[in-house]
Design a protein around this ligand. Structure first.
Ligand SMILES: CSCCC(=O)C(=O)COP(=O)(O)O
Ligand SMILES: [Mg+2]
Length: 236
């Protein structure tokens, strides 16, 4: 294992959509898949404890609205709401297991994650997608199951991604020092929140996604470029 330069981040915390997985895959493949399968899924699995809890949470957040109608409304709005994210993840589970879904990560992602992991950098995920959905993405990539690269999977149970307190909660739960953590995301408001919590941050503005580069944080167009900017190995 190579020695990391002094002061380089010891942990890289990664967003998924727009950072490691194309926005188009999430919006044109994953979201429509969940939308198509949700109604039947609820009929078939409405008795499962996790599904019942998500439906109860939906009813609590939107009293008087039929849960399926509310869930569809949230899907239309791309709302980052925990019960929707839980149910989407459960729908996707079937799709991945049947081979109908395969996560097509950006080509630069895996070589970079492998180089960071080999160098002893801890890798973790923070996404609005549920922990189960995150594990599916990395469990069913076009290159196979790469979940073992990650030591942590954090979702909306830690709070919203635009709230500084969520990053403080993750850092505290994982036992990291905020200044040792580099958070990578395509969304400037998420980087604002992470920076407010004391994390180092870098925006990944991928031209293929049309991501608009912000002005408040360092910006790169790929993971290896971001890693190198912070003194870390970018690829093997
Ligand atoms: C786990 S893949 C689906 C991600 C998702 O549901 C989503 O809303 C995107 O969230 P992110 O925080 O990864 O931008
Ligand atoms: Mg994102």
């Amino acid at each position: 294992m190579q020695t990391l330069p002094q002061g380089a981040p010891r942990v890289v915390l990664l967003d998924i959509e727009g950072t490691t997985l194309p926005v188009s895959f999430v919006h044109d493949v994953l979201f429509p898949y969940a939308r198509t399968h949700l109604a039947l899924f609820l009929v078939q699995h409405g008795g499962d404890a996790t599904v019942q809890a998500a439906l109860a949470q939906t009813a609590e957040l939107a009293p008087g609205v039929p849960p399926l109608e509310q869930l569809e409304r949230w899907m239309d709005e791309d709302a980052k709401v925990a019960p929707l994210k839980t149910l989407q993840g459960l729908c996707w589970e079937k799709g991945y297991a049947r081979g109908e879904l395969v996560a097509a990560l950006y080509p630069d992602v895996l070589p970079c994650l492998r180089a960071l992991h080999a160098a002893g950098v801890a890798l973790a995920v923070y996404s609005s997608g549920s922990e189960a959905a995150q594990r599916l993405v990395y469990g069913y990539t076009a290159q196979g199951d790469v979940k073992a690269l990650f030591s942590g999977f954090y979702d909306l149970r830690m709070g919203g991604k635009k709230d500084a307190a969520s990053y403080s909660a993750i850092v505290a739960q994982a036992g990291w020092h905020a200044a040792d953590v580099l958070f990578l995301s395509d969304i400037e408001a998420e980087l604002d929140a992470a920076a407010q919590a004391g994390l180092r941050v870098c925006q990944i503005a991928r031209p293929e996604d049309g991501t608009v580069a912000g002005t408040r944080h360092p910006v790169t167009t790929s993971l290896p470029e971001a890693a190198r900017l912070f003194g870390l190995p970018g690829e093997g």
